[in-house]
Design a binder for this molecule. Structure first.
Ligand SMILES: [Zn+2]
Length: 261
């Protein structure tokens, strides 16, 4: 009996490992993601609703309209124009921005004010759009605190494959945990480089000057947030000189797809 149980567990683990390693269609990189793509939209929506209930989220007004205009233009030429994209401004004096699975993007008021030039703000928004398209939120959560939960959940889900009520409950619990992880966990270095590269291609294709992305990151490195420390953006989007050098090295590729409007 014991043997059978152990056998079943090994089977589940193997199934999970196989189910969770996927090849990203845009970058070709293998990603370990425990959240199925079909759940991205619901997770992102739930997390965004949670943020809306806790933070001063603006969906109307000049700042929101500006972010929505730039965001819609870039999302339309991205690899996932089919996402239910939403762009909001959070009215807080913080230099930050983030993206949730399924295409929910928030830009903080101070970020909007700091970059009055659309091309500069487009570099931030393009970067966040790339994070969403490349499923980096789901990937970072999968790597981190949720791995154990999901391992347990997978066992449960397999055991209760026909129990829809239980699966729904489980998905909601995961969603709440994930909402915290999506916004708070720092992206890994590989994810940042990918988001820079893909985001800069997107902004250029949408008609924003890709050279402004380099200017943006240079500015960001010299800036201070309200508390005198580095911008909050840099704590979740770790940066260094190599990132900027990489962007500069690839600039001919970006300029080749740049279609000024
Ligand atoms: Zn980033």
């Amino acid at each position: 009996m014991m043997m059978v149980k152990r056998f079943a567990l090994v089977g589940i683990m193997a199934w999970l490992a196989a189910a969770c390693v996927t090849t990203n269609e845009v970058t070709g990189r293998s990603q370990f993601i425990t959240i199925p793509p079909a759940q991205d939209d619901a997770l992102g929506l739930e997390a965004m609703n949670q943020v809306k209930s806790e933070a001063p989220v603006r969906t109307t007004g000049p700042d929101a309209r500006r972010v929505q205009r730039i965001g819609a233009r870039i999302a339309a030429i991205s690899d996932r124009p089919d996402f239910n994209w939403e762009f909001v401004v959070i009215d807080e004096p913080v230099l930050n921005a983030w993206a949730l699975p399924g295409g929910k993007v928030a830009i903080y008021k101070k970020m909007v004010d700091t970059f009055p030039e659309d091309d500069m703000l487009a570099a931030v928004i393009g970067h966040e759009i790339a994070h969403a398209v490349l499923r980096h939120g789901a990937e970072q959560v999968s790597r981190g605190q949720l791995t154990n939960t999901v391992l347990a959940a997978a066992g449960l889900a397999v055991g209760a494959a026909t129990g829809d009520g239980q699966s729904t409950q489980l998905a909601m619990t995961l969603g709440t945990l994930a909402a915290q992880g999506f916004v708070m966990l720092p992206h890994g270095r590989a994810m940042e480089l990918e988001a820079d590269h893909v985001g800069t291609i997107y902004m250029a294709k949408a008609g924003y000057d890709p050279r402004r992305a380099v200017d943006l990151w240079r500015r960001m490195q010299t800036m201070k947030d309200g508390n005198g420390g580095p911008p909050a953006f840099l704590s979740t989007h770790p940066t260094d000189d190599k990132r900027i050098a990489r962007l500069e090295a690839n600039m001919p590729d970006y300029l080749a797809v740049y279609a000024p409007r």
